[in-house]
Design a protein around this ligand. Structure first.
Ligand SMILES: Cc1ncc(COP(=O)(O)O)c(C=O)c1O
Length: 439
């Protein structure tokens, strides 16, 4: 990259009109992969400004509100003058106790709230600072591919190298981890597990972690489990916790969040639990970067964890209904759909002929431009995501039906009353098929 591209411009001072201030940004900024969602976000912004009613299935940003008692507690706690000072960087003890209680309730795991639980400003912050605490130049982390972007970016920002391994077949993921550890020197220091997985919705059973922990023991890496979607599971499936395995606490830490199941994404409440020594290192880094979370939010989070299990379960059932509405609709259009067992996402294969004629970003742009439906292109999650779209179940069932109708109309796909099958091949209007030059 030439020096011109390394510079940002910021006008300053009295001679602003004539003089530019130039400074080279740090190399780590240039190590970040390109942000493939930028074009889509820009178009969505423009469309909305122009008054279009865009159905937004792009981000996994819950649109339902948190429970009223949680909001009320936040308001009451905010009125308490004692809650406005700096808080503890690792979270107040009563919240850490409540997290331990939830782990016991949900996974049968006993945690010491003093040493084995840290409160994070969202699990993304926890993961990023964990990378900073554990990784540096010369280190390598294995991450799932395709990849929730922060799993890649946080490793890169810590100065370390990333190896992305196909996560869609968990057995293959395991054998590739073993092969990489055997053949790479120095060996990978950290392996990120993210099941249920964003974006592909891949899930695993407990046996997977038995094998992963065996590899961790043999090759000496730490497992970081991102269990962000533990609360959003369907059809009776339960997402296991790494920490419920005998060696889980020894070789692992796990991140959980209140963003998804509790509809508290903007509150920025997450947790990191597990190996006490690793958490101490995370706590040290956090202590230098932040002063902890607004105490009123922590108090309200306690109420949410203690009193709203039924609402979290109801929310998961709502996502399951939305999943069915969206999957049924896309199947009727002829799309090849894997019904997810968890997460708030449908990972959908782009149908032919578009899959072979345009990139996932171009296809997502087409849906936004012509159908007023925003989705995330698979390529935004790394090259292995090409050929796919991620659709987030964050609009209500009515809007999802509307999205399917608009997509079908835009692609010229006629909805079939039957489910997908050989005789239900999609029907295309010639005019909607992109030309060869439009990739
Ligand atoms: C796998 C995964 N981890 C972490 C996060 C971020 O969670 P939080 O809001 O707790 O930072 C997300 C959000 O989309 C996610 O998909």
């Amino acid at each position: 990259m030439d020096s011109e591209n390394r510079e940002v411009e910021a006008p300053i001072g009295p001679t602003e009109a004539t003089q530019k201030f130039r400074i080279a940004v740090a190399d780590r900024v240039h190590r970040l992969p390109p942000y493939l969602f930028a074009r889509i976000n820009k178009l969505m912004y423009e469309k909305r400004r122009a008054g279009a009613d865009v159905i937004d299935l792009g981000m996994g940003n819950p649109s339902d509100p948190p429970q009223e008692i949680v909001v009320e507690k936040l308001a009451a706690a905010a009125r308490d003058a004692g809650n406005h000072g700096y808080s503890e960087a690792r979270g107040i003890l009563n919240l850490r106790r409540e997290v331990a209680a939830k782990y016991f309730k949900q996974h049968g795991v006993r945690l010491d709230p003093e040493n084995e639980v840290i409160v994070c400003l969202g699990s993304k912050e926890g993961f990023s600072h964990l990378c900073l605490a554990l990784l540096g130049p010369g280190d390598t982390a294995i991450v799932p591919a395709p990849s929730y972007p922060a799993h890649t970016y946080a490793v890169i920002l810590a100065g370390a190298n990333v190896i992305g391994l196909d996560v869609t077949k968990p057995d293959l993921f395991l054998s590739n981890i073993g092969y990489t550890c055997q053949n790479l020197f120095p060996r990978p220091k950290l392996v990120v597990a993210n099941f249920p997985h964003n974006p592909t919705a891949t899930v695993v059973e407990k046996d997977f972690y038995v094998d992963l922990l065996r590899l961790a023991k043999r090759y000496g890496f730490l497992v970081v489990s991102d269990l962000a979607y533990a609360d959003i599971t369907f059809d009776g499936y339960k997402a296991p916790s790494l920490l419920s395995l005998p060696d889980g606490m020894k070789y692992g830490v796990e991140l959980t969040t209140m963003s998804k199941g509790y509809n508290m994404a903007g509150w920025r409440v997450g947790y990191c639990c597990g190996n006490a020594e690793i958490l101490r290192a995370l706590g040290t880094i956090k202590g230098y970067y932040d002063y902890g979370m607004f105490r009123a939010i922590q108090v309200a989070a306690i109420v949410a964890l203690r009193n709203t299990d039924a609402a979290v379960e109801a929310q998961a059932r709502e996502y399951q209904r939305r999943r069915d509405v969206l999957c049924d609709g896309l199947e009727r259009l002829g799309w090849d759909i894997q019904r997810p067992k968890a997460t708030m996402f449908v990972w959908a294969k782009i149908p032919e002929p578009w899959a072979s004629r345009m990139s996932s970003v171009d296809f997502a742009m087409k849906l936004l431009e012509e159908a007023d439906v925003a989705v995330s292109p698979g390529g935004g999650f790394g090259p292995t995501g090409e050929g796919y779209l991620r659709l987030a179940l964050v609009e209500n069932q009515h809007r999802l039906r509307q999205a399917v109708r608009q997509i079908g109309r835009c692609l010229g796909q006629a909805a079939s009353s039957r489910k997908k099958g050989a005789e239900d091949a999609p029907q295309f209007h010639e005019a909607s098929v992109p030309g060869a030059g439009s990739t």
